[in-house]
Design a protein around this ligand. Structure first.
Ligand code: MTE
Ligand code: MO
Length: 563
């Protein structure tokens, strides 16, 4: 390295930048140490006490609706990962800032870390099922973070004193005359960092550069070990094992038999199968970590406007002799025209109406506030819960106990209503109430109070913008209108007339129907459009509206190119 004025007693801007970079790095490393220590503590207390998870979870209800809609639209099933990454990015920026502040004042830096710990503490301790104990990992993390930040900044200031690098911010000296090409190439942030850490050699403080790198490296390594170990320990709380030991009871009322060849997907590639495998079933919820409800101490509490409010254990629900098995299509209000937020399963559950009547639900109740262990509230019309045929407390999905991600051990299902008003997962309580008395989660966010599912048809194949050889091709997809049933699906090529498609056998009004129509495509670009009609005679409208606030409408239409 050449002996430029930058290495002299008067520090240049590059030196300062390097020092800042080192400060920011110290902040980042202490944040990593804090998070690692917190994950380890959360391994002893429970996954929901992890500050990253707690803060992310707390952020979800605070996120403006358009941002949330954007996240679901953009990241789909990966919206949770996006949120965790987002939370980590925010933490990283904050940590770098705290490191910079710490360069000026060690006390302010420590206060910055403490503030971060406080946010984690409040988020974890105030979550619906939280307690003060859940705040402990955030405290542990903050203490470790402050210690590591102090140690790292200590090595930096020793170096700085030795190198006389205590310039006032804003004191911009004249450009260094002797700066070489190589030096300039080294002006990147990394170069400056390297330089800031290396230049102390001249003051005889090589030990301190080493001290920074060694302590930083040790802190990072320890953070990784603590974080990984914490994550492993957190698995102890998982209920997958207990779930796999449960045997799904045999329902007294089995699902209606399916005629042979009921699934058109067996002969039409690209068409959605009649039943969605559990692992392929769409998932929409606000739970950052999937709630883990232990089957042995599960209780469902009926409260509020019941003549004889009571509780049920899981065994009491599993042992009932009125279990039903039904094929029901579940759809999300956030589904866009042509979207994939819909799925069909064979569900087993307790008939909801029977259970509510047993407990003497009062006629004054018009809303059931369904409560989930994660604090979610879903408002279901009492009338629908009582009157819609096959409304159930589901305990089984496609031959297995409910998967953990889909609400284990018990969720609600009311055919004909979008999931946000009918399908509370991880259900722990049903409070018979009124719409006047309580606004449920989504209603509070201005989604429609009532969520009847709109009649809908979607094209699955061909894929949009597909190039096909000119000739005959099947156009196929699914259509749903739960509780009313699908009467008709029509397909249109360009501006020709709508033509009736063939439908899969009608098994149950709550089950979607597959449809297919072979069409003749001449060379060139074509527009394929589909619309469905339900058994009540409602034709799917071509009026396009977005999902918010009551579900999307409009015809699904795609373009293909025949060559
Ligand atoms: N506890 C809880 N239940 C919930 C939700 C939620 O966020 N939390 N989302 C609802 C919504 S909007 C839909 S569409 C369905 C989706 O169910 P699935 O994830 O099993 O497909 O669950 C409903 N039940
Ligand atoms: Mo939904």
């Amino acid at each position: 390295m050449t002996d430029t004025p930058r290495h002299g007693a008067t520090p240049g801007p590059a030196r300062r930048t390097g020092r800042w970079a080192a400060g920011a790095l110290a902040g980042l490393i202490s944040a990593a140490a804090a998070l690692g220590a917190a994950e380890l503590a959360a391994g002893l207390i429970g996954p929901a006490s992890s500050p990253v998870v707690a803060v992310g979870n707390a952020a979800i209800p605070l996120t403006p609706e358009p941002v949330k809609a954007f996240a679901i639209r953009t990241f789909g099933e990966d919206d949770k990962i996006a949120l965790v990454v987002g939370t980590l990015v925010v933490i990283a920026c904050y940590a770098a800032l705290v490191g910079l502040v710490g360069l000026r004042s060690r006390l302010l830096g420590a206060a910055g870390v403490a503030l971060f710990g406080l946010v984690g503490f409040v988020a974890a301790a105030t979550r619906p099922a939280g307690s003060l104990l859940d705040g402990v990992p955030s405290v542990v993390g903050a203490v470790v973070g402050i210690a590591v930040l102090g140690a790292l900044l200590g090595t930096l200031s020793r170096r700085a004193v030795a190198g006389h690098d205590d310039a006032e911010p804003g004191a911009v000296p004249a450009p260094a005359a002797g700066t070489t090409q190589a030096d300039r190439a080294d002006d990147g942030l990394l170069g400056r960092l390297r330089e800031a850490l290396a230049s102390g050699d001249r003051g005889g403080t090589a030990v301190d550069r080493r001290a920074f790198l060694v302590s930083g490296g040790v802190a990072l390594g320890a953070a990784a070990v603590a974080g990984g170990g914490g994550r492993l320990l957190q698995r102890r709380f998982a209920v997958a094992g207990a779930r796999s030991e449960l045997a799904l009871p045999v329902p007294s009322s089995p699902a209606p038999a399916l005629p042979a060849g009921a699934d058109l997907a067996e002969r039409i590639p690209g068409l959605t199968p009649l039943f969605t495998a559990n692992r392929d079933f769409y998932r929409v919820d606000t739970a950052l970590t999937v709630p883990q409800l232990s089957p042995s101490d599960y209780t469902l509490r009926l409260t509020g406007m019941f003549d004889s409010p009571r509780s049920f254990t899981l065994a009491e629900l599993y042992d009932r002799d009125d279990l039903i098995e039904r094929d029901i299509t579940l759809t999300c209000v956030s589904n866009e025209v042509g979207g994939k937020l819909a799925g069909t399963a064979r569900w087993v559950g307790v008939p909801l109406g029977a259970l509510l009547r047993e407990a003497g639900v009062q006629s004054g109740s018009d809303q059931l506030v369904c409560r989930s262990s994660d604090g979610m509230t879903i408002g279901t019309p009492t009338r629908s819960a009582l009157e819609v045929e096959d409304a159930m407390l589901a305990i089984g999905m496609n031959g297995e106990p409910l998967p953990v991600a889909h609400g284990f051990p018990v969720r609600m299902l009311v055919p004909g209503l979008y999931g946000y008003v009918s399908a509370c997962k991880w259900l722990t309580g049903i409070d018979a109430s009124t719409y006047d008395a309580f606004d449920a989660y989504w209603t509070e966010r201005d989604w429609a109070v009532d969520g009847p599912i709109k009649v809908f048809a979607r094209i699955d194949t061909p894929a949009p913008l597909r190039q096909l050889p000119a000739g005959r091709h099947p156009v196929a997809g699914v259509a749903w209108a739960q509780t009313r049933g699908i009467a008709r699906v029509e397909v249109r090529v360009d501006d020709e007339d709508f033509v009736d498609a063939e439908l899969s056998p009608e098994v149950d009004a709550d089950l979607w129907r597959q449809w297919v129509l072979p069409v003749e495509l001449t060379p060139g670009q074509h527009q394929l459009t589909v619309r469905a009609t339900d058994r009540a005679g409602t034709v799917q409208t071509d009026q396009r509206v977005p999902p918010f606030p009551a579900g999307a409408s409009g015809w699904h239409s795609i373009r293909v190119i025949a060559t």
